[in-house]
Design a protein around this ligand. Structure first.
Ligand code: M6R
Length: 613
């Protein structure tokens, strides 16, 4: 996730900016840059790679004083639009290089704005969505930077946190945010901006948290606030007393909990990037190179490992349901050593958070050799998977730091649903009206996820009673079975509890022999046509002494008498429930690990990215 810093004061800005960026490294990034305003005018230095590369680049200039100034902005970039590269790194400037901008977020209408600016003679130097902002501000600049920013903001759709400086307006930094975080640090004779508190702690613990559409104008001795209409606004100062490590986690105890809570935003970002909102809503996959020919495939094969394979398993159900196309979900480590039957008309969808998993890449290369066309779903721009696939659909989850995958999983699901729905439309298995309904349902999921998270104390209380079970089994049917697989993996990997997932109908074919009074059975029940069947399965395990937890919709009463405990989730259409029903299971796994005194972010024996066999 991008990191922003900014400084205006009486010290040299370069060391403060670099220091601030270093404090934001934990957010993940692929390039870095700074813009400094001083006697030599506005100077921008940026480069692909880690901060050290940038430091080496500016080392001499900075030591000799040729890169000097007491105000500036800096940025670490996590690529979204365009590969990691020097030219795509921030800050971006207007054509004359007099206005510099750093940005965190997504400008959804950037393509339209870019075309419009090009019609007005503006030449672009990067593939980013951010560059339009610098040009737009310049377009409106008439001697007053604040006015120009306010005018430019009127044209922007999407999310942004921005830091802006201008050579002809040399004594202030303008900061503004909408749906992306930005904090203002109030110092003595100096003021700062940062996308997160850790970058500020060395300088001040007095901060202003910017609200959506608020604008801050930072001078050396004061900060002024305005609303989006340019009217002056009052703001309350907050004092931060977190230590540095808590600050990195945004006040959450662990990255995993932070990432679980980031899901509503990650879902919205992933969906927004792919929805056309003008006229009737539709799915925009043309931008990633998808056309009707892809939907003519004879079969879809989804290949991945671990959590990503669980997303693929849900994908199999979704493709069959929405697009009526034969679909297989394959474990990459098995697939690569099998002797599978290939057909050049197959479409492969390869899912990987990191885009670097060795088995997944091997399976992709095998499919490629057999002549298949490949769609990658990944979280990392410029990863090997992204580079080698024919089409890439990015999950907009931002960096996932905890080993246990949470927000990557739900955003992978969002991508899978969008592709399956588009296949359905093109294959005539769903109508445009139905598609509109499903898009509406997808749009509601972020709000529903937030509602589940708001009820997390309930899950925490449950975990505090049930964290020491020797066996925890998850069961469900159809989509709920696939969520059971993911929930059991989450619990075992971070709490070391023996947990398994069963298709509920398989219970009596063997697994029920394991059920006794030491067992907790979590029944995921969101497939409405199968509620009766699930109710019978729950009764079967209860009869053998198991404790039972049911996860179902808020308006379903049929498990009230059977289940010992019920977690309720908002209603959506049944095939889309995995994005919601997995959240209580992620939280349950997290709280069990914490109750057992374990560090959920760093489970034993596991690595975040499995780049070797
Ligand atoms: O980076 P990838 O999505 O390819 O990683 C695949 C698995 O290694 C990963 O999902 C793993 O199972 C996670 N630790 C699950 O939480």
């Amino acid at each position: 996730m991008c990191g922003i810093v900014g400084y205006i004061g009486n010290e040299e800005a370069v060391p403060v900016l670099i220091n601030g960026l270093r404090k934001l490294e934990y957010r993940g990034y692929d390039s870095a840059g700074i813009a400094v305003l001083g006697g030599q005018g506005l100077l921008v230095r940026k480069s692909k790679g880690v901060l050290k590369v940038l430091e080496e680049k500016i080392g001499e200039e900075s030591a000799s004083g040729s890169l000097s100034g007491s105000m500036g902005i800096g940025h670490t970039r996590w690529a979204t639009h365009g590969e990691p590269s020097d030219s795509n790194s921030h800050p971006h400037t207007d054509v004359a290089g007099k206005i510099a901008v750093v940005h965190n977020g997504i400008i959804e209408n950037h393509a339209k704005l870019k075309a419009w600016l090009e019609d007005h003679g503006v030449g672009f130097r990067s593939e980013t969505d951010t560059e339009v902002i610098a040009h737009l501000i310049d377009f409106h600049y008439n001697g007053d930077l604040l006015q120009a920013v306010l005018e430019a903001l009127k044209r922007l759709e999407g999310s942004y946190a921005l830091g802006i400086i201008c050579e002809s307006d040399p004594d202030r930094i303008i900061a503004v945010r909408k749906e992306s975080p930005l904090v203002i640090g109030a110092g003595k004779g100096e003021n700062l901006i940062a996308s997160d508190v850790p970058a500020l702690l060395e300088y001040t613990r007095d901060v202003y948290y910017l609200e959506d559409r608020e604008v801050a104008v930072l001078y050396r001795d004061r900060v002024e606030f305005y609303n989006g209409e340019g009217q002056s606004a009052a703001k309350e100062l907050s004092h931060v007393d977190w230590d540095a490590s808590a600050a990195e986690k945004g006040g959450y105890e662990h990255f995993m909990l932070k990432e679980i809570h980031e899901q509503p935003k990650a879902l919205t970002d992933t969906l927004r990037a792919r929805i056309k909102t003008y006229a009737a809503k539709s799915i925009n996959l043309e931008e990633i190179g998808f056309d009707a020919s892809w939907a003519k495939a004879g079969r879809v094969v989804i290949c991945a490992c671990g959590t990503a394979w669980h997303a693929g398993t849900i994908g199999k159900y979704a493709f069959e349901h929405f697009a009526r196309i034969p679909t297989d979900a394959e474990i990459a480590s098995e697939y690569r050593y099998r002797n599978p039957i290939h057909d050049p008309a197959d479409i492969f969808i390869i899912i990987s958070q990191s885009g670097e998993t060795a088995d997944t890449l091997a399976a992709m290369r095998m499919a490629r050799k057999a002549g298949a066309r490949i769609i990658a779903i990944t979280n990392v721009v410029g990863s090997t998977l992204a580079r080698e696939a024919d089409l890439v659909m990015y999950t907009w989850a931002g960096p996932e730091i905890a080993v246990a995958s949470t927000k990557a999983f739900t955003t992978q699901l969002m991508c899978v649903y969008l592709i399956a729905l588009q296949f359905g439309l093109l294959r005539g298995t769903i109508t445009e009206t139905e598609l509109n309904g499903y898009i509406g349902a997808l749009e509601q999921l972020a709000g529903h996820a937030a509602a589940i998270l708001a009820d997390k104390e309930n899950i925490q209380r449950f975990a505090s009673r049930q964290f020491n079970k020797s066996k925890v089994f998850f069961m469900g049917r159809l989509f709920d079975y696939a969520v059971s697989l993911e929930s059991a993996l989450k619990l075992k990997e971070i709490s070391y509890t023996h947990s398994e997932a069963f298709a509920a109908g398989e219970l009596k074919h063997g697994p029920i022999a394991l059920v006794d009074t030491s067992t907790l059975v979590v029944a995921i029940c969101t497939q409405s046509a199968l509620f009766d069947k699930m109710d019978s399965n729950i009764k079967e395990v209860k009869a053998r002494g198991a404790a039972t937890l049911v996860i179902t919709y808020e308006d379903v009463a049929c498990f009230d008498k059977t289940a010992d405990e019920i977690f309720r989730i908002p209603r959506t259409c049944d095939p889309l429930t995995p994005i919601l029903s997995v959240i209580p299971c992620q939280l349950y796994a997290y709280y069990c690990a914490v109750q057992r005194g374990l560090d959920p972010d760093k489970p034993r024996n596991l690595a975040k990215s499995v780049t070797v066999e």
